[in-house]
Design a protein around this ligand. Structure first.
Ligand code: ATP
Ligand code: MG
Length: 217
């Protein structure tokens, strides 16, 4: 039986913060995606390879079985919907929060209280829709694919829903965080079929990720 495994990762913090978990499973990625143009990276284990994809595409690769497993942010998984994915572990990496931010000086509390329609620019339209619906706030959602911070600065929107960690990007753009919607971290996602057909190879890696992501246990 073919027990070759493909792991989907995105470049940047998810790749960097997954490396120690892979090492705990005895796997070393032997090329640096920031230096290499390769989209398929070999590892020290000939039966494991890494594919580098957009963060928001990780669940799709895993859902269709093009990757057997992957690491994706809760933000991405909520927007994707999680179809066809088994989510065994919160890896507790790439931590941040999803928040509402507005220009400094914008009276968010009274805008919300007065029941006016709020224009909100975000990449996370599903999470934002649910958040404001639960609060009974009427919103017009404007879908963006990046640089949400620009929206309020050029009159595209009143507010944004975006990920925040240190808040320095918000500050640099004179925005203030007015509401925290949820804590975000990255999760291991596994293709449901692969979990059965490749269990022998996959399960020990899942277990190693689990132990390494919870050093206290
Ligand atoms: P793409 O570049 O494909 O459009 P992206 O810009 O959202 O995606 P990254 O910025 O690399 O990709 O973020 C990848 C994941 O890392 C996000 O889905 C989120 O879970 C997490 N993340 C994003 N921003 C932060 C942050 N400021 N601090 C910590 N984790 C973050
Ligand atoms: Mg990016």
């Amino acid at each position: 039986m073919n027990q070759t495994l493909t792991l989907a990762l995105s470049k940047g913090r998810i790749f960097e913060e997954t490396l120690p978990l892979l090492e705990a499973a005895g796997i070393v990625v032997t090329e640096d995606p920031e230096k290499s143009r390769k989209l398929i990276l070999p590892t020290s284990d000939p039966a494991v390879r890494v594919v580098i994809v957009r963060a928001s595409d990780v669940p799709t690769y895993v859902q269709y079985g093009a990757a057997d497993f992957g690491v994706a942010g809760k933000d991405v998984l909520l927007e994707h919907g999680g179809e066809g994915l088994y989510q065994p572990i919160d890896l507790d990496i790439a931590k941040c929060r999803m928040s509402v931010a507005v220009p400094a000086g914008f009276d968010y509390a009274s805008a919300v209280r007065q029941g006016a329609r709020l224009r909100v620019a975000t990449k996370y339209v599903n999470v934002a829709r649910e958040h404001f619906a639960a609060k009974g706030v009427h919103v017009d959602l404007i879908k963006l694919y990046g640089s949400m911070e620009l929206g309020p600065l050029v009159g595209l929107s009143d507010a944004i829903v975006d990920l925040v960690s240190t808040g320095s990007t918000l500050r640099a753009n004179h925005l203030v965080e007015v509401e925290q919607i949820m804590e975000i971290s990255s999760r291991l996602v596994v293709n449901r079929a692969a979990l059965k057909t490749k269990r022998e190879k996959l399960q020990p890696i899942v277990d190693a990720f689990d132990r390494a992501s919870r050093p206290e246990k």
